[in-house]
Design a protein around this ligand. Structure first.
Ligand code: NAD
Ligand code: UGA
Length: 466
C-alpha cells in the first residue's frame, strides 16, 4: 500500500516547511504536523506563521485544511499515519555527560516513546532530525522494547536528513540537489526506502535521490554541515591574512573558487557563521570522534569552530580598537540581528557575540533588524549565557523598527546581517544624522565602500584594507 498518511513530529524550521512542500506536491497524501507546543501550532494555523521563510505562507495557504494539518493531537496523528517523520530539535547537551558537545537526544527519545506507546499498526519511522551516527539503532531499540506486547506492530527506521537552508527553504525543498535516504539492508528495509522514494519522486527526478545504509546517511548529514562550515572558516582565516597584507579576500575567493574542483559557493568571508546547526553538528562530530578514540580527527574538526570564534572576536575587537579603544557610553548601531538574511532566526547569530562584547564594554546599543521580533533580541541579549547583568543590558539596549531612527546620533554602524535592504539605504541621510567621525563596520562585505568613503564615512570591512 503506498503511503496515504504522514505524521511529522516537530513543527519547527524543518518539519513545517518540509511537510508543507510534501503536502503541496502530494495532494492525495494527508500530512499532519504535530507539536507539543500549543502556541506554535496556533501560529501555524494563523496568518502569521511561527517562522519567517520566503514563499512558505503561499504554500501553507494553498494546502492548509485540504491535506495539510497542524495539530497538538499527537496520539491521533501517530495512530493514523503510515509514515512518521521525527523532526524535533537535537540541541547540544547543556549538562551531564557530553555537556557542551554531544547532541541531546531527549526529544528524539520522547518522540520514539510516544510512537511506541500509541501505535497500533506498523509504521515507517523516519529520522529527519540531525542525529549522531547510529541513533537509528537507539530509536529502533526503544520502539521494539516498548511494543513487545503488540506482535502485529513492526517498525522500519529510515534516516532521511534534511539539507534545506533557512531563507531559501522552499526553493531548496522544491529543487533539492539531492535527497538522502538510509535504511536497513534487508528486504523490509529496501521496501521502506522505496516507499519514501515514491513520495519524493512526485516532484524530484529519481537520480537526485540517493540511497545508502543507515549509518552512512546519518554521518553524511554531519559531514555535509562540517564541510560547509569548514569552507567558511577557511576563507575567514584568509581574511585575516588579507587585512594585514593588502590582498582582498573577495578577489582571493573568486580566484580560488574559479577552479571547478573547488567551486565558488560558500566562500563569502563574514563575521563568522551562525545558525542553529553548524556549531552544534560539528561539536557533535567532535564528540563522536573522541568517543571513538580518534583525537586527531576530533581536533581537526574542532578547529573549524575555533576559527569561527576567532573571527567573531577579531571583528568585535576591530570595532572597539577603531573607536579609540573605548565604546563606553557611545551609541553604536547594529544593523541586522538574524544569523543570515531572509530569516527571523537568531540562533547562534554572530550578532549576539558582537552585541555582547559591545555591551560588556559599556556601549549604548541600538539594534535594527527587518524580521527579528524585538522580544527575541531582548531575550537573546539578557540570556544568562550572554550576561550576568540583565538589568544593565535592558538599560543599555534600544530596539528599533526603522533603520534611520536606529542610526540617528550614533557613532558607528556595525552591519551584522546581509539583508538586501541595507544596500539601498540612504547613507548620505544617515551620515548627516551621525556623530563624527562616522564609522561603518561592514561585517558582510555588501556595501559600496568607495561610495561610503566619498560621503565621509570611515569604513572597515572583513578581509580588505580600506
Ligand atoms: P525547531 O526547534 O525549530 O523545532 C523543533 C520542534 O519540535 C519544536 O517546535 C518543539 O516544540 C518540537 N518538539 C520537541 N519535542 C517534541 C515532542 N516530543 N513532541 C512534539 N513536538 C516536539 O528545530 P528545527 O530547526 O526545525 O530543527 C529540527 C531538526 O532538524 C534538528 O535536528 C536540526 O539539526 C535539523 N535541521 C535543521 C535545519 C534548519 O535549518 N533549522 C536544517 C536541517 C536540519
Ligand atoms: C545550513 C546548511 O547550509 C544546510 O544545508 C543545512 O541543512 C542546515 O545548515 C542545517 O543543518 O541546519 P543554514 O544554517 O540555514 O543552513 O544557512 P547557511 O546558508 O548554511 O548559512 C549558515 C551561516 O554561514 C550563516 O550565518 C551565513 O551567513 C554564514 N555563511 C554562509 C558565511 O558566512 N559565508 C558563506 O559563504 C556562506
Amino acid at each position: 500500500m503506498p503511503i496515504q498518511k504522514i505524521c511529522c513530529i516537530g513543527a519547527g524550521y524543518v518539519g513545517g516547511p518540509t511537510c508543507s512542500v510534501i503536502a503541496l506536491k502530494c495532494p492525495d497524501i494527508k500530512v499532519t504536523v504535530v507539536d507539543k507546543s500549543q502556541e506554535r501550532i496556533d501560529q501555524w494555523n494563523s496568518e502569521k506563521l511561527p517562522i519567517y521563510e520566503p514563499g512558505l505562507y503561499d504554500v501553507v495557504k494553498q494546502r492548509r485544511g485540504e491535506n495539510l494539518f497542524f495539530s497538538t493531537d499527537i496520539d491521533n496523528a501517530i495512530k493514523e499515519a503510515d509514515l512518521i517523520f521525527i523532526s524535533v530539535n537535537t540541541p547540544t547537551k547543556t549538562f551531564g555527560n557530553g555537556k557542551g558537545r554531544a547532541a541531546d537526544l531527549k526529544y528524539v527519545e520522547s518522540a520514539a516513546r510516544m510512537i511506541a506507546e500509541v501505535a497500533n499498526s506498523s509504521k515507517i519511522v523516519v529520522e529527519k532530525s540531525t542525529v549522531p551516527v547510529r541513533a537509528a539503532e537507539s530509536i529502533s531499540n526503544i520502539l521494539t522494547a516498548n511494543t513487545f506486547n503488540k506482535p502485529n506492530v513492526k517498525f522500519q527506521i529510515l534516516s532521511n536528513p534534511e539539507f534545506l537552508a533557512e531563507g531559501t527553504a522552499i526553493n531548496d525543498l522544491l529543487y533539492a540537489d539531492r535527497v538522502l535516504i538510509g535504511g536497513e539492508d534487508s528486504a523490509e528495509g529496501h521496501a521502506a526506502i522505496e516507499e519514501l522514494c515514491k513520495v519524493y519522486e512526485r516532484w524530484l527526478p529519481r537520480k537526485n535521490i540517493l540511497t545508502t545504509n543507515t549509518w552512512s546517511s546519518e554521518l553524511s548529514k554531519l559531514a555535509a554541515n562540517a564541510f560547509l562550515a569548514q569552507r567558511i572558516s577557511s576563507i575567514n582565516s584568509l581574511s585575516a591574512v588579507c587585512e594585514t597584507t593588502g590582498a582582498d579576500v573577495s578577489e582571493v575567493a573568486r580566484a580560488v573558487g574559479w577552479d571547478s574542483r573547488i567551486g565558488p559557493k560558500f566562500l563569502q568571508a563574514s563575521i563568522g557563521f551562525g545558525g542553529s546547526c553548524f556549531k552544534k553538528d560539528i561539536l557533535n562530530l567532535v564528540y563522536i570522534c573522541e568517543g571513538l578514540n580518534l583525537p586527531e580527527v576530533a581536533a581537526y574538526w574542532q578547529q573549524v569552530i575555533d576559527m569561527n570564534d576567532y573571527q567573531k572576536s577579531r571583528f568585535s575587537a576591530k570595532v572597539i580598537e577603531s573607536l579609540f579603544n573605548t565604546v563606553t557610553d557611545k551609541r553604536i548601531t547594529l544593523l541586522g540581528f538574524a544569523f543570515k538574511k531572509d530569516t527571523g532566526d537568531t540562533r547562534e547569530s554572530p550578532a549576539i557575540d558582537v552585541a555582547k562584547t559591545l555591551l560588556d564594554e559599556g556601549a549604548k546599543l541600538h539594534v535594527y533588524d527587518p524580521k527579528v521580533e524585538h522580544s527575541q533580541i531582548l531575550e537573546d541579549l539578557t540570556h544568562p549565557q550572554v550576561t550576568e547583568e540583565p538589568e544593565h543590558v535592558r538599560k543599555s539596549l534600544t530596539i528599533h523598527s526603522d533603520p534611520y531612527e536606529a542610526t540617528a546620533g550614533t557613532h558607528a554602524i556595525v552591519l551584522c546581517t546581509e539583508w538586501d535592504e541595507f544596500v539601498s539605504l540612504d547613507y548620505q541621510r544617515i551620515y548627516e544624522g551621525m556623530m563624527k567621525p562616522a564609522y561603518v563596520f561592514d561585517g558582510r562585505k555588501i556595501l559600496d565602500h568607495q561610495k561610503l568613503q566619498s560621503i565621509g564615512f570611515i569604513v572597515q570591512t572583513i578581509g580588505k584594507r580600506l
